[in-house]
Design a protein around this ligand. Structure first.
Ligand SMILES: NC(=O)c1ccc[n+]([C@@H]2O[C@H](COP(=O)([O-])OP(=O)(O)OC[C@H]3O[C@@H](n4cnc5c(N)ncnc54)[C@H](O)[C@@H]3O)[C@@H](O)[C@H]2O)c1
Ligand SMILES: O=C(O)[C@H](O)COP(=O)(O)O
Length: 388
């Protein structure tokens, strides 16, 4: 029986992928084999020795202590693309909100008093202050062309916008999916100066933290709209307020309320609802649950952010050994020697590495004795050993 600890409300459609005869799933579990979570922050969580996998039912993994997981050889799975449509739709809503001044116009309409004739008269007199602009022919800058960025770029192109994109690490898949008319910018600065509206779709990592800062905003196109449905940490909120006050930005629409932004007329801050649709929550939970289940039951890896993709069909017969180790020389030799000295033959084996980690799955022709497991665990650089 595998034990799965949940940290957030995970869609029941996802939890149904974990049959109760093989998986105990609860928010109360001690000694979990895996966790399933959304945005809960795990940075201060004491990682239990029993933990073998983390499943993030969403895209961003900045709430997970990746260095600690790497040190222990624990894969962190996520759900790439599973909530991209939900975020795209909210980004489009954010563009329309900003272009047509919908939030202040709505707030103004709420203040109207009197009978219908009086309200109508006041509405007609007041509406000129909410004159907006239309999207066709305007330039949208998209920073980060992954699942969400590509989806937003293509939707904007379909609305008749010019689209400028920047992503120095764009994948082949994203490049194939991207509308052919999207202009490829060479830098964040180029996007900032070329665009009427800029939208951010990068992960929060060291390289992107504070990416939109005072210097970049000072050089941006006058009256620009900035959309941030990625992460709060990618922008400097104080610089945003200054840029709004100076008119460099006309509106900042984001998914991340913050004290520095509160009460400013130019800010529309939503409560992190980019992925909050029934469809996205189901898609993410199903994908994360399937990935964690497959890893626990077979050792196979799909969509782990810190592990290589590795799928080895089971060679029926004996045990399956999985080993996570530091990506250094002579590890495979030591692992296969330990098996050979116990008289075990390797029927099938697959080894891959990614960054600082290497991962091996081997099907052997017998039962792996506890002494061999201990020996493997004792090899310098071995981080995790499992027999399935
Ligand atoms: N508001 C929400 O509820 C919500 C929902 C989903 C995702 N997100 C956030 O959006 C981010 C993107 O999601 P996604 O599904 O598109 O992820 P993704 O991994 O498919 O795409 C991210 C893209 O950013 C690119 N990138 C990385 N560093 C960059 C840099 N310095 N400059 C330009 N591009 C860079 C990558 O190459 C990749 O193509 C997530 O990491 C998450 O933080 C927020
Ligand atoms: O990175 C993500 O997928 C989003 O920020 C969604 O977070 P949530 O699952 O907490 O809504």
């Amino acid at each position: 029986m595998y034990k799965i600890l949940t940290f957030n409300n995970i869609s029941t459609r996802g939890l149904e992928r974990l049959p109760r005869e093989r998986f105990e799933v609860s928010s109360e579990i001690q000694h979990p084999d895996a966790v399933l979570l959304r945005s809960a922050k795990l940075h201060d969580w004491a990682v239990p020795d029993t933990l073998k996998a983390v499943g993030r039912a969403g895209a961003g993994v900045n709430n997970i202590p990746m260095a600690a997981m790497n040190e222990r050889g624990i894969p962190v799975f996520n759900a790439p693309g599973a909530n991209a449509n939900a975020v795209k739709e909210l980004v489009l809503a954010g563009m329309f909100l900003a272009a047509r001044n919908i939030c202040p116009a709505w707030a103004f309409a709420q203040t109207l008093e009197g009978d219908d004739a009086a309200m109508n008269k006041a509405a007609e007199a007041g509406k000129k202050q909410f004159t907006g602009f239309e999207l066709p022919g305007r330039t949208l800058g998209v920073i980060g062309l992954g699942a969400i960025g590509v989806s937003v770029a293509n939707a904007a192109a379909a609305l008749g916008m010019k689209v400028v994109g920047y992503d120095p690490k764009i994948t082949v898949r994203s490049a194939w999916n991207l509308e052919s008319g999207v202009y490829r910018a060479q830098s964040v600065d180029e996007v900032m100066t070329a665009s009427d509206i800029v939208t951010l779709h990068v992960p929060e990592v060291d390289e992107t933290r504070g990416m939109i800062n005072a210097a970049r905003l000072a050089a941006s196109r006058e009256g620009q709209v900035l959309l941030n449905f990625a992460r709060a940490g990618i922008v400097d909120d104080d610089a945003i307020i200054k840029a709004l006050d100076e008119g460099r930005l006309s509106r900042y629409v984001c998914d991340f309320p913050a004290a520095a932004l509160k009460g400013h007329d130019g800010v529309v801050a939503l409560p992190h609802i980019g992925a909050s649709t029934d469809e996205a929550q189901e898609n993410c939970a199903i994908m994360a649950a399937d990935e964690v289940r497959d890893f626990l039951e077979t050792g196979n890896v799909t969509n782990a952010v810190n592990f290589p993709e590795l799928i080895l069909p089971r060679n029926a017969g004996g045990d399956r050994l999985t080993v996570v180790n530091a990506n250094v020389p002579n590890m495979l030799g030591q692992i296969s020697s330990a098996l050979a000295e116990a008289g075990l033959n390797i029927d099938d084996m697959y080894n891959k590495s990614q960054g600082e980690l290497a991962y091996s799955v081997a099907d052997v022709d017998g039962t792996i004795p506890p002494a061999v497991i201990e020996r493997l665990q004792g090899i310098d650089g071995v981080l995790m050993v499992r027999v399935i």
